[in-house]
Write a protein that binds this ligand. Structure first.
Ligand SMILES: Nc1ncnc2c1ncn2[C@@H]1O[C@H](COP(=O)(O)OP(=O)(O)OP(=O)(O)O)[C@@H](O)[C@H]1O
Ligand SMILES: O=c1ccn([C@@H]2O[C@H](COP(=O)(O)O)[C@@H](O)[C@H]2O)c(=O)[nH]1
Length: 238
């Protein structure tokens, strides 16, 4: 077997993807399929940190749009990511993968707090570490949390596993003529204002010289191909 291109990765999993074809929440079949893909790369010896989104349960922007205080709504969104993290860890346990959840918000009866050194030690010992509650701060996103945790744990790349198979010239769900980039620089992605990831996350990855790959979570085997350094999705480089 050939060697993986990366020894330590930060995988950002779309929250919205977890609902599959359902209108809301966590679809167990989808979660178990995603866990199968993560387990495959973990068993190859790749150290995996995961940041999970919350869009399948609650987004702060949606709460604010219906009149809620934005910060309150964002805290609710962060708590939604903790629920997703717990569901993911439980599915990993069922698949025989040892996972630990760490939360950026303190809810110690439920999950461990985020402690960077401990997270790194778990990774070195072959545990998958799932980071819940985003950055712990309102007005941010889990994409920014992925860039932040990726930089903190010394990941070699951030992998954004989402509902589209890469970065396009425009949102492919809205523009049928949009074309996919196989590679793009951070500077170009930022200057084109591509909405696949927020500008804070792009800028943090760029400044920390942390490459990013955007690929489809629905494409079987795509995660492994990215980890093996194959041409999959869109690579964003410094
Ligand atoms: N230029 C673009 N290229 C690719 N996708 C784009 C682009 N612009 C907007 N998008 C949209 O961005 C979405 C992915 O980002 P987003 O962070 O909203 O979702 P996510 O990965 O599902 O995260 P979560 O549900 O956890 O918030 C895609 O589903 C796509 O429709
Ligand atoms: O650092 C963060 C991360 C997330 N939030 C809130 O959580 C929801 C869900 O996260 P997604 O990135 O949209 O999946 C988000 O809409 C925010 O409301 C946050 O406040 N801070």
């Amino acid at each position: 077997m050939t060697t993986p291109a990366y020894q330590r990765i930060l995988l950002k999993l779309s929250g919205e993807a977890l609902m599959g074809d359902d209108a809301y929440g966590i679809n167990p079949d989808v979660v178990s399929r995603i866990v199968g893909e993560v387990a495959e790369v973990a068993r190859m010896g790749v150290q995996v940190g995961v940041v999970i989104g919350g869009g399948n349960i609650f987004r702060g922007m949606a709460g604010a749009a219906s009149g809620m205080d934005r910060a309150t709504a964002d805290y609710m969104g962060m708590l939604a990511t903790v629920m997703n993290a717990m569901a993911l860890a439980d599915a990993m346990r069922a698949a025989g993968v040892v996972a630990r959840v760490q939360s950026a918000l303190n809810i110690e009866q439920v999950v461990e707090p985020y402690i960077r050194g401990k997270a790194i030690r778990y990774l070195e010992n072959g545990r998958v570490v799932i980071f819940g509650a985003g950055t712990g701060n309102p007005f941010f996103t889990t994409d920014t949390a992925a860039a932040l945790r990726g930089a903190e744990i010394g990941a070699q790349i951030v992998l954004k596993a989402t509902k589209v198979d890469g970065i396009y010239t425009a949102d492919p769900k809205r523009d049928p003529n949009a074309e996919r980039f196989s590679r793009i620089s951070f500077d170009e992605a930022i200057s084109r204002n591509l909405q696949v990831m927020d500008a804070t996350a792009f800028a943090l990855c760029r400044d920390q010289k942390l490459p990013l790959n955007v690929f489809s979570i629905f494409k079987p085997g795509a995660l492994k191909r990215v980890v093996m350094g194959e041409d999959e999705g869109t690579l964003v480089y410094c």
